[in-house]
Design a protein around this ligand. Structure first.
Ligand SMILES: *Cc1c(COP(=O)(O)O)cnc(C)c1O
Length: 485
């Protein structure tokens, strides 16, 4: 790889009078009458002026500095950065969908409502739930909606209760969602297999506990094999089980959370059902519920009446509206398209390949990198930098060095119960060849850590910028060009 040269800002290559397009001189009288009275923007001060070649090269060069899932493996644990088939993009951008107005009357959008309803039905089948709402804007929003549903259902029973139990292996959004919903979080410890310790759960589960929020598979990529017993313990004390199903790609077509005693769950369409979601959105976090909680679902609910789809707002026990319109419609179209194009066999293969690929990586790197939990993996595996630390090399150095090998780094320093974590999720869409490229890079880095750790300390070497001040970048982002005085 050659070291990249710095691409200037477009303002820096601007020169007065340059144009990307030349129009022929006007051969008719100039008239402003069409725009009479319209407040037109005056000259934009310091607006960049560049030629067509410059503008094309500028943006193409910038785009080539990005790493993307169309280039290679993107092993961010828990994020499920899998390849998104282009046909989903084409269909969701179809004008019949993309140009329909969210406020159009029901009569004009029967097809759109059918898309929503169909996906609800598929998700009920895949997750084993009785009803779904597609409104939540993303996973964390789904968690909040799910907790609001639990609170409403418990209030209807007479007592909303005080506490929510969350294992230390849960996704970080779980405690915050419970907290925002007004519950106090109590942590449950994991055992040495990386699963919930049943004795701790039993001790903590009182009649003041509203729910257990369980990420399954958890953030160690380990399946809670006692989930049915766990649900029994929670239900016996009148609590409800919330499952964070963001990583359903480990389970689809094989087991159904609803059959495991789960009362409420969210699924991340943008992860499991294929929507590009780098850069923070858009996502979609549908929430599925068992019958008891269905009356509380957000409005509007899509109902069928005399062979037509209608929006039902007459739901007196609903928690109300939680999102404008119907959620992120174009993500929903992609998900439906993905499920229909895979079919039942393909939906099962999502999970089979996600689990196979993660185990292939885990087995291939065992010994080279430390594994705190050796339990077989579901969709991801979590190594640590323990062996490399002996040579002064940390997970940050390893992640940065991967960039030099042309691979995106994995999720780092999470989950918190693994010191110096490297959380790797290959996803189901990767071929053996792409997995081997990653494995070979990780092995080469393990060797370098022993023989030439200074290379890792200064990595990445091939990028235009190397080690950034990541805290400052997050806290004081500079997002706007300002002309120097
Ligand atoms: C990604 C993820 C979330 C949060 O989903 P967002 O769409 O990013 O809000 C929650 N839980 C788990 C397990 C996840 O992987």
């Amino acid at each position: 790889m050659i070291k990249e040269i710095r691409e200037p800002l477009i303002f820096e290559i601007s020169a007065a009078g340059k144009r990307a397009a030349e129009l022929p001189a006007l051969d008719v009288p100039e008239t402003k009458s069409l725009l009479a009275g319209v407040p037109l923007r005056a000259e934009l001060e310091d607006f960049p002026e560049v030629s067509e070649t410059e503008i094309t090269r500028h943006f193409t060069r910038l785009s080539q500095k990005n790493y993307c899932v169309d280039l290679g493996l993107y092993p961010l644990g828990s994020c499920t950065m899998k390849y998104n088939p282009k046909v989903n993009e084409r269909l969701s951008a179809h004008p019949a969908f993309a140009a329909s107005h969210p406020l159009a009357s029901e009569d004009l959008v029967q097809g759109n409502l059918e898309v929503l309803k169909k996906l609800e039905v598929f998700l009920c089948e895949i997750a084993g739930m009785d009803a779904f709402t597609l409104h939540p804007a993303a996973g964390a929003h789904g968690e909040l909606v799910g907790m609001m549903l639990i609170r409403a259902a418990l209030e209807a029973r007479g007592n909303a209760r005080k506490y929510v139990l969350i294992p230390d292996s849960a996704h970080g959004t779980n405690p915050s969602s419970a907290h925002i919903c007004g519950y106090t979080v109590r942590e449950i410890k994991s055992n040495d297999k990386g699963t919930i310790d049943l004795a701790s759960l039993e001790a903590a589960m009182t009649d003041e506990v509203a729910a257990l929020m369980v990420t399954n598979p958890n953030t160690l990529g380990v399946f809670e094999s006692d989930i049915c017993r766990i649900a029994e313990i929670v239900h016996a004390k009148g609590g409800l089980v919330y499952m964070d199903g963001a990583n359903m790609n480990a389970l689809t077509g094989i087991v159904r959370p609803g059959d495991m005693g789960v009362d409420v769950l969210h699924i991340n369409l943008h992860k499991t059902f294929s929507t590009p979601h780098g850069g923070g959105g858009p996502g979609s976090g549908p929430v599925g519920v068992k019958k008891e909680l269905a009356p509380f679902l957000p409005v509007p609910v899509i109902a069928e009446k005399a062979g037509r789809y209608v929006l039902d707002f007459d739901r007196p026990r609903s928690i109300g509206r939680i999102r404008a319109h119907f959620g992120h419609f174009s993500v929903i179209v992609r998900a439906l398209c993905y499920i229909l194009s895979l079919g039942p066999r393909g939906v099962r293969e999502i999970a089979e390949f996600a689990v196979l690929n993660a185990n292939y990586i885990r087995k291939s790197l065992e010994g080279e990198y430390h594994l705190k939990y050796t339990t077989a993996s579901m969709h991801e595996c979590v190594f640590s930098d323990k062996l490399q630390k002996e040579h002064g090399v940390t997970n940050l150095d390893i992640a940065k060095r991967l960039i030099d090998y042309g691979v995106h780094p994995p999720t780092m320093s999470f989950p918190l119960i693994v010191q110096g974590a490297l959380m790797i999720e290959p996803t189901e869409t990767e071929s053996r060849r792409d997995l081997d490229i990653f494995i070979d890079a990780m092995k080469a880095i393990a060797r370098e850590a022993k023989e030439a750790p200074e290379i890792l300390k200064a990595a990445p070497h091939v990028t235009y910028v190397s080690r950034l001040d990541e805290v400052a970048a997050a806290k004081f982002p500079v997002l706007r060009w300002e002309k120097k005085a």
